[in-house]
Design a protein around this ligand. Sequence first.
Ligand code: S3P
Length: 456
Amino acid sequence: MDTTGPTDRAAAAAPACAPAYRVAPGGTLRGSVQAPGDKSISHRAIMLGALADGATPVTGFLEGADSLATLAAFRAMGVRIDGPEQGRVLIRGVGRDGLAAPTAPLDVGNAGTAMRLLCGLLAGQRFASTLIGDASLSRRPMRRVTEPLARMGAAIEGTEAGTAPLVISPAPALAAIHYDMPMASAQVKSCLLLAGLYARGETCVTEPAVTRDHTERMLTTFGCPVRRAGATVCVQGGSRLRAAPVQVPADISSAAFFLVGASIADAADLTLPGVGINPTRIGVLSILEAMGARIEITNRRDCGAEPVADIRVQSAPLHGIEIPAEQVPLAIDEFPALFIAAACAEGETLLTGAAELRVKESDRIAVMAAGLAQLGVSAEVLPDGIRIRGVGQHGRLGGGTIDSHGDHRIAMAFAMAALRAEAPILVRDCENVRTSFPGFAALAAGAGLGIEEHDA
Ligand code: S3P
């Protein structure tokens, strides 16, 4: 069974002098902000590019620690990769069976996507490998991937708690399965589809709710047929991939902090160009709009296999809502930011059906509730969600010191909260912001947030 790591252990693991943000109260966000490349798509570009026949040029690649960890893992398996240079990467694919045995454990740092997707991909190789990660990733549940992979015939050993290190032994041959996913997880789905490329027969995954479909889209772009029937998606074992250019859109999960920041600040007017608006990722837009946000989506176009648009957001009086269940997986990474919107809204916001938030980079329900309490906002922790009573259009958040528990999205969410605070907010332990959003503080400062980064 998946286990939830207590957040106090996360705090204990935090380095003594990680960078912190000191954010002045008030201010606004104006102008244009180019959010960095999409993290999910960047990981997948490296993985599929490495397995493809031919060279894959990537633009807009996220030069964050998570996607760089994936890049390093493939270099360690003999894949030649040029870059990254200003988001450009050239992956010289080695073909489906061309990876070389790594000589040391593959360390993917804080990156859950890297560990879970690689686990599936490595399960089908003819060599042994070991996946390791940082303290936070080493607490996160991995049985959700190792159990279905074992059903396919994979030989993977984790710890007794079902966590990394994951020691993967070569399996004679994987067999295709049809897996009914117990949780809505794009990482589990993608892991099994990647393993399915190495299995005999057709591997199918049925999802309980729609989750991000970047793997399916990119496999199709790489000439690998993906069959979809309702909630089930299937790949054929033995399929080969053909290199194809990948353009990575700006990450809506990173844009989310600015969407919330501009919604809660006074007199804000901000545009975020070229943001990915894949329908499986736009829960944050739907939820903010339902709360009364002023969001304009223009210049819709395709960026390779992914739709993108420019998003303009202006200040608006927000009101609390009951978040619709089907929106939860579509906004799963955006809840730390959305909880800040809820804290500034009029009335109550209720989220349920989101127990997955407890096994992210931190327990995002507990850590956000603790931070909101620091700012004087009433937040009731529920087993699978949270109830937040907002301060309303004319209300202000308090100031104070927030512990991000090493979680990048918690750190950025509370930095934005200062736009509606009456006293400075100090956010501790912000080192991991570099996993998804290198340069966040400078970019936010450029748009008007009174943020300063310093060693705490
Ligand atoms: C991701 C899937 C989601 C998300 C994560 C990235 C992906 O995780 O939270 O940040 O790239 O597939 P789950 O599959 O655990 O929901």
